[in-house]
Design a protein around this ligand. Structure first.
Ligand SMILES: [Cu+2]
Length: 235
């Protein structure tokens, strides 16, 4: 459980001793998702603030993306540039996390239950993560050049601690287009007393979920083939 203690240590180091807070609420619009429309679930949006004029050093921390019950957890993982992400496999079956579309391309190979592999992410960007065995598994690693970011809770609220100063504010939501997200970027000044932003409305209009291939660029084989390819592996 070394990765867990490293995460707690790194988060504690980031949030301690900063004088100001940046808070607000994100509202999702134009969605086709039931949880958004009926339950007003506005969770999972990342709000980040990059200090103006500063070039932060690469992080040396670790973060974790678990593979459990054929699911990547968390589904969206924001990390600072330079962070090493550990991919522990808690399932009784093999997994093979990879990304080959944009951001930082990687392939950690097929690895057995109870083991972990790691990747250090040194380039900023949106990395879409898939499993080469299980087509339903997907996740996103958002690599940011700032340590100041927060994830919205169910009601859309967010809060992050940071030093007072000038920042470029950014928003990431997996079901928003790049154009929508770039229109939400703006420069802000956080005073010592903190800053509460007006509500941020994020539209999901125009977003299309693109189907993905396996790491060889081919369609996934039928699921019953898993047992043939990996004898003895329970799926
Ligand atoms: Cu898998």
């Amino acid at each position: 459980m070394i990765w867990r203690s490293l995460i707690f240590f790194s988060l504690g180091a980031c949030t301690a001793a900063f004088g100001a807070s940046l808070s607000g609420t994100v509202i999702l619009r134009d969605s086709h998702v039931d949880a958004v429309n009926r339950k007003k679930n506005f969770s999972g949006v990342i709000v980040y603030a990059r200090p103006v004029g500063a070039a932060p050093a690469l992080a040396t921390a670790h973060a974790t993306m678990e593979q459990k019950r054929k699911t990547f957890l968390p589904h969206i993982l924001p990390v600072m540039q330079g962070t090493t992400v550990d991919f522990p496999n808690f399932d009784p079956i093999f997994h093979n996390a990879f990304s080959s579309y944009n951001g930082q391309i990687f392939d950690i190979g097929l690895y057995p239950p109870g083991t972990s592999r790691s990747v250090r992410f040194t380039r900023t960007g949106v990395i879409r993560v898939f499993c080469n065995i299980h087509p339903t598994m997907s996740a996103i690693i958002l690599v940011l050049n700032t340590p100041y970011f927060a994830r919205t809770s169910t009601n859309g609220s967010f809060n992050l601690d940071l030093p007072p100063g000038e920042y470029d504010l950014g928003v990431f939501h997996e079901r928003a287009t790049e154009q929508e997200l770039s229109s939400l970027s703006r420069r802000i000044v956080v005073p010592e007393t903190g800053l509460r932003l007006p509500p941020i409305a994020v539209s999901e209009a125009g977003y299309l979920l693109a189907p993905h291939k396996n790491k060889y660029g081919r369609d996934y084989p039928p699921s019953q083939d898993d047992e043939i390819i990996y004898p003895g592996v329970r799926n």
